[in-house]
Design a protein. Structure first.
Ligand SMILES: Cc1cc2nc3c(=O)[nH]c(=O)nc-3n(C[C@H](O)[C@H](O)[C@H](O)COP(=O)(O)OP(=O)(O)OC[C@H]3O[C@@H](n4cnc5c(N)ncnc54)[C@H](O)[C@@H]3O)c2cc1C
Length: 508
């Protein structure tokens, strides 16, 4: 068995945005770090793939909070990433929502734009619009780090009732206008809106961030990975690909001493941070180290729904690049699309033309995404297929995927008829693709689902019962590039002086 004899301060398992940002914060603060990633490519949901000379994003399509001075801008500035990234600010109306009844609604960046565009469409609903905006902004003040603060007058941990507000109940209390409700929740795919569970704080943290600066990354999310990797290396951090962590050794005091990878290599550290889903973390670390009650409690938490993504290579210089996103609904029940019916699937499409450095005028690709439960793939659940472990799932799986692809493409053509004869080829990713490439439980889009019915249960503490094992990533505070970045700061604050870091962020 090969052993890397170096004893790092930190070994980080997984290179999603949470793992990479944790690594960079710690490396920048003079700790020795090593990131171990099971895949051929670093970045988790930021991975891209290339086909027909096009670059396709697997997950992330647009990011919020990036206007100058906003939260993610400030955090990325501290991480020295901004100069490395080619970001494209979306249109003032960054999302366009097209309802099944033909109504077209525009969602604006900047609160003035956001309010004015809604008032244009719903002049008689001024009071509800203002109440909604006020509630969204007020809710965000309960999350200090979201506002680059260490404390808040009323923080969510002292006022946990803020976590128990139902989005649906709140919106129903301010308006009975279904089209306006759809405008408030129309881009709910960003947080997998579920009427029965989604707390208002999740809607507030996500929606507010996009209102405060919606951007695409030119040439795909992997540019963000590249920038993070460059900085981690600059601060002498090590990153290793094709290193699937499969086990650990522990000392008599219960601390982990080493992790073991599938290829037999072993890495030692004083502390370990897992970027994996908490259940997956317990599996990898060894379930014998955790109380059966903990394994059961975490295992029973519901995950967000998975997705089916179609990526289309377009014929050259035919389709104009569109600097906003589309949410197309094919059901009147616009806030209930996670509970789809397979006969009429897909009920909702998120679509965009990713920006490419090749042309600002034309799009070379088109991406669409919708919800799809991993259970639709029950027959193939035991299969695994990645670049590192390639294994075909068989012809029947391919035929089913093609069937779904065709359903998606016909929905796409319904709303984008101009694409019909401009498609060069189509690629798709199923919930199993996401499961295998992200190493998560069910191909879920956003990790553990937050639930207003039992909010404390869905809050994950970065500290674990193992004294030198910590968690990071989308399950800590909330999901998305912003959420997982904030989560990485929360994890790192167990080791670095949080006051000094916050002051340093603010002084930039
Ligand atoms: C389809 C889709 C679309 C999305 N769109 C957006 C968007 O437009 N904007 C936005 O902000 N967010 C979006 N998100 C959400 C966002 O991408 C995630 O919340 C975030 O990237 C999760 O980061 P993470 O650090 O928690 O981990 P992940 O990205 O899940 O990374 C975990 C990493 O751990 C690795 N790993 C797993 N097991 C092991 C092991 N045993 N050993 C070593 N490594 C291991 C995995 O390979 C992976 O690289 C989207 C997500 C999906 C799935």
């Amino acid at each position: 068995m090969k052993t890397d004899t170096k004893i790092y301060d930190f070994v980080i398992i997984g290179s999603g945005i949470g793992g990479l940002v944790s690594a960079l914060i710690l490396a920048k603060n003079n700790y020795s770090v090593c990131v171990l990633e099971k895949n051929q490519q670093l970045g988790g949901a930021l991975q891209t793939f290339s086909r027909n000379k096009r670059i396709f994003d697997t997950g992330v399509h647009y990011i919020g909070g990036l206007d100058k001075g906003e939260n993610l801008y400030q955090l990325f500035n501290y991480l020295e990433l901004l100069d490395e990234l080619k970001l494209k600010r979306l249109d003032d109306a960054y999302d366009v929502i097209r309802l099944a009844n033909g109504k077209i609604l525009k969602i604006g960046q900047g609160y003035d734009n956001y309010r004015n565009l809604l008032l244009n469409d719903f002049p008689e609903e001024k009071e509800a619009i203002d109440q909604f905006i006020h509630k969204i902004q007020e809710t965000c003040t309960y999350f200090p780090l979201y506002n680059i603060q260490l404390e808040a007058e009323k923080a969510y941990y002292s006022y946990p009732e803020i976590l128990a507000v139902s989005t649906a109940e709140f919106i129903d209390s301010i308006t009975s206008n279904n089209d306006l409700k759809a405008a408030f929740l129309g881009n709910g795919l960003l947080y997998a809106y579920d009427k029965a569970r989604t707390p208002l704080y999740v809607v507030a943290l996500i929606l507010n961030s996009y209102i405060k600066g919606s951007y695409r990354i030119e040439n795909g999310g992997s540019q963000l990975t590249k920038a993070l990797v460059k900085k981690i290396r600059h601060y002498k951090g090590d990153l290793f690909k094709r290193k699937e962590v499969i086990g650990t050794s522990t000392a008599a005091d219960g601390k982990i001493t080493t992790v073991k990878c599938a290829d037999g290599t072993v890495y030692s550290a004083h502390n370990f941070i897992s970027n994996l889903h908490p259940s997956k973390t317990m599996e990898v670390i060894g379930e014998k180290h955790f109380m059966p009650a903990t394994i059961h409690r975490v295992g029973a938490l519901k995950n967000t729904i998975a997705s089916f993504v179609v990526n289309i290579a377009l014929k050259e210089d035919e389709i104009p690049y569109s600097n906003h996103n589309f949410y197309d609904f094919f059901t009147d029940d616009a806030w209930n699309t996670v509970d789809y019916n397979m006969e009429s699937w897909p009920h909702l499409l998120f679509s965009c033309t990713p920006p490419s450095s090749k042309s600002t005028q034309f799009a070379d690709s088109f991406s669409s995404m919708t919800y799809l439960k991993v259970d639709e793939f029950e027959r193939w659940k035991s299969t695994q297929n990645t670049i590192v472990h390639p294994k075909s799932r068989g012809d029947e799986y391919m035929a089913f995927k093609e069937f779904l692809e065709q359903k998606m493409v016909s929905r796409i053509i319904e709303r984008f008829p101009e694409l019909e004869d401009k498609i060069e080829c189509v690629y798709s990713s199923s919930p199993l693709t996401f499961r295998d490439y992200l190493g998560n439980k069910e191909g879920e889009m956003y990790g553990i689902e937050k639930d207003f019915n039992n909010p404390i249960k869905t809050i994950i503490n970065p500290k674990t019962k193992i004294p030198n094992l910590y968690l990071t990533g989308q399950n800590i505070i909330f999901h998305g590039i912003l959420g997982a970045t904030i989560g990485a700061f929360v994890t790192s604050f167990n080791f670095v002086d949080s006051n000094r870091i916050i002051n340093s962020i603010k002084s930039l």
